[in-house]
Design a protein around this ligand. Structure first.
Ligand code: SAJ
Length: 448
């Protein structure tokens, strides 16, 4: 007998109402479920109860959808776990950070969430972990924690699956409603329940598997992207030394069948790609991963390479980093978003300050980055010794280079995202250097 998926008359709950949780709650509400969001952050809960998305950068349709669902009383939020007692399905989307020092996962938030909601779970409830996990965590940590918190046996009075999130800032609602999903249950009966409910959430293909495989797939799909980006960055560094253009090389490489060389750039930010390779590596003890840590080191080295390009250009112009004023164009890790998580701009800014340069940060979407204030406008150009393009926001693509160069103390332009052409930058009077563009150095050398 097939499992009768939670009917849309049932209520479902989302634990953790951040980027992923609020997006999921909107998708569940939009699918017809009565949805309740739970969080320990009372301010976030208040904003959702008022029909407001509790973070900026959400696409307009999600802002409207959340407001409508709340006004129709199909979506609400609470700080009280007891209000989840009627939920037929509980989706957990709390943070699973990796510590800077040892790159090991920290599950305090996850364990606290399971301990809080466990005692309130109804008999037969389905628990879905959407948070990204190091492989083995479902079996070793989530299962025992949940069984202890509920007193129920998974596979009988309780069902447990891992369905890793696949959201992307700027495409949150679209991704969650159309993306293919991996549903990995602790038991086949768990998987069956997970498949049934996600059939109501996404139009994408659902792939059923076990919990361990789902954990490996999620961390591996992002480790794959990190390695691909590191490959592009290493080819870019080679091209710089050889005097070639890595973007031209990339286009020609990709003309070969089955090649999909990614884009070199200023570095790899976000909440997924920099973290998930470490979650994958942390799962093994005998085998010592070498490729994934090396890829992380290459990508984390790109902001420092930008610092080196600034330094080389200043020296060529008779200046030093000490006392220079450097304007960083772009603080968000991804264009047209306000998401600053793991942004390469922070490593670059701190590197410049460590060399006694003065840093100005410009971004149309961000107002503050840790210890650095951020301005929206290009007035930060006047008197600057170098512009460094870190994030390819559309606003920077239309920068009037010819108007900027004369306003600077030293007209240096360092391009971290291949936004400008060497010809346009040099014609505007800039000393131009770019990641992956050795030809830029050669062109500059010829004119020196
Ligand atoms: N980046 C490069 N070169 C590239 C691609 C990206 O330097 O060729 C940099 C970006 O500038 C950014 C970082 O990498 O700083 C991450 O970019 P991203 O496009 O991977 O965006 P994310 O971090 O939002 O990645 C998410 C991931 N989705 C999930 O984890 C669910 C990733 O697996 C997806 O591939 C990506 O969204 C997407 O494109 O959907």
């Amino acid at each position: 007998m097939g499992y009768d998926a939670a009917s849309t008359a049932d209520s479902v709950a989302v634990v953790g109402i951040g980027y992923v949780g609020v997006t999921l709650a909107c998708a569940l509400g939009n699918a017809g479920f009565h949805t309740i969001g739970y969080d320990i952050n009372a301010e976030r809960v208040r904003q959702v109860r008022q029909g407001h998305v509790p973070f900026t950068g959400a696409e307009p349709e999600m802002v409207d959808l959340l407001a409508r669902l709340v006004s129709e009383q199909r979506l609400t939020a609470t700080t009280e776990p007891a209000e989840l007692r009627r939920a037929r399905a509980v989706f957990v989307a709390v943070e699973t950070p990796v510590e800077e020092e040892d790159h090991r996962p920290r599950y305090q938030a996850l364990q606290a969430a399971l301990a809080a909601v466990g005692p309130c779970l109804a008999d037969g409830a389905l628990v879905v972990i959407e948070s990204t996990l190091a492989p083995g965590t479902m079996q070793r940590l989530v299962l025992p924690t949940l069984q202890q918190a509920t007193g129920k046996t998974v596979g009988q009075q309780l069902f447990l699956v891992h369905c890793p999130e696949r959201v992307m800032p700027g495409r949150l609602l679209r991704n969650i409603s159309t993306c293919d999903r991996i549903v990995g249950g602790i038991t086949p009966a768990c998987t069956e329940r997970g498949m049934a409910i996600y059939a109501r959430v996404t139009s994408g293909t659902l792939y059923s598997t076990d919990a361990l495989t789902a954990e490996i797939v999620k961390t591996a799909e992002n480790a794959y992207r990190d390695v691909q980006i590191a490959f592009a960055n290493e080819v870019a560094l080679i091209c710089e030394e050889l005097g070639a253009d890595a973007y031209e090389v990339r286009n020609l490489v990709n003309s070969s069948p089955y090649r999909h060389m990614h884009l070199p750039g200023a570095g790899v930010g976000g909440h997924c790609i920099p973290k998930d390779p470490w979650l994958l590596c942390s799962a093994v003890e005998q085998y010592q991963p070498r490729l994934l840590p090396t890829a992380r080191a290459i990508n984390d080295g790109m902001p420092l390479h930008l610092l080196d390009l600034v330094h080389q250009a200043l020296i060529a112009e008779g200046r030093t980093l000490e006392g220079a004023t450097v304007t960083i164009l772009g603080v968000a890790y991804l264009e047209e978003t306000d998401d600053i998580r793991n942004t390469p701009a922070l490593a670059l800014a701190r590197g410049l300050v460590a060399h006694d340069a003065t840093v100005r940060l410009v971004d149309p979407y961000v107002e503050q980055l840790e210890e650095f204030p951020v301005t929206p406008g290009e007035d930060a150009v006047a008197g600057s010794d170098a512009l460094v393009l870190v994030t390819a926001h559309q606003q920077f693509r239309t920068l009037d280079l010819a108007a900027c160069a004369p306003r600077m103390r030293t007209p240096i332009l360092i391009d971290g995202r291949n936004v400008f052409s060497t010809e346009a930058a040099t014609a505007a009077g800039f000393h131009y250097r770019a990641i992956g563009k050795g030809k830029a150095q050669r062109a500059t050398a010829v004119t020196e």
